[in-house]
Ligand binder design. Sequence first.
Ligand code: NAP
Ligand code: GFB
Length: 332
Amino acid sequence: MSQPNIWEVWTAPSTVPVKTILVTGGSGLLGKAIEQALLAGESRDDERWVFVNSKEADLKDRLAVKRLFEKVNPTHVIHLAALVGGLFRNLGNNLDFLRTNMAINDNVLQTSFEQGVQKVISCLSTCVFPDKITYPMEESMLHNGPPHPSNFGFSHAKRILDIENRAYNLQGGGIFTAIIPTNVFGPHDNFNIEDGHMVAGLIHKAYLAKKNKTELTVWGSGLPRRQFIYSRDMAKIFIWALREYEDVEPIMATVGEDEEFSIRETADMIVKAMNFTGPVRFDTSRSDGQFRKTSSNAKLLKHLPGFQYTPTQQALQETCDWFNDNYGLARK
Ligand code: NAP
Ligand code: GFB
């Protein structure tokens, strides 16, 4: 589905001052989830949401960012845009992940600062925490040691984003903060087998194995452990944070520690959701990456007690159904 460069979600013209919320990375997994949540009823009369992708403005280009902000004139920004990839894309491209994401983040934050944006919510990731750490990881541990070597470029770019947030809050008028999602999956993910994340990659591989009656190959040993959050749940957390979260300290967005699965268990759930009945093989010549990055949702649940997560098997089923129905259009 070819996304227009800039598109808006808002309800009837409002009599009260309207917030204009610019969402960078609007065509991606998380951006599309936020758009869908608003269209499904989360929107408010005093909010104009503007979603953009790289065709509207290459955020690596400071001048293009300035022009975008002059065109949209945002009061708030949800900054999702980034060079994003799974373990294997990071392994071979740490320099690109470092420089590209540093440039994008600095352009968006500095332009927000210059334009007097009231609040910027950016995006870190649980994979940027120190590799040698105690579990569960908490927000305060973010800078307590080097990240896993597989994605040190991406990790340091994201950590610098957190440092920039602190500097802008000290020097400027706006609120600059960030959410730290764990691994996210859902409709509109990047299903490219080499570059994407594990869940999307395995869904795509299961689709092809079923179609071609071949085996499904899972990379690595299957022993590493991951927490996953459904993009539709993540979207609600972003919308809440945009409206309510005012602290410069970043906030983790993850499921409970007990909702952590091995890669093997996750593959089994995907096999079930895709109704794949063929053989499954583990290719241990491929890297396992980080063994675990178990993170705590205690701070999130303090703010959002009783937050209802979608059960993982149901979320995987919905994602697989979406992929099967949109194979021709999905990013892959
Ligand atoms: P995604 O699906 O890969 O989408 C990336 C988005 O960024 C796209 O809309 C893309 O636009 C845009 N973008 C990339 N380079 C750009 C550039 N130079 N100029 C303008 N826009 C650019 O990513 P995602 O999974 O939604 O991730 C969104 C955020 O969440 C990222 O900051 C990521 O680090 C973070 N995060 C993701 C996960 C996860 O598991 N997915 C986990 C933790 C944190 P085009 O479509 O035009 O390329
Ligand atoms: O989602 P993923 O690529 O990234 O998961 P990370 C990698 C884990 O899944 C490794 C195994 O243990 C892989 O061996 N795996 C099994 C597969 N089959 C596959 C497959 O078909 N595709 C992929 N990709 N993996 C990323 C960070 O770490 O987490 C990024 O590198 C980002 O920077 C992301 O932050 C959220 O969870 O290991």
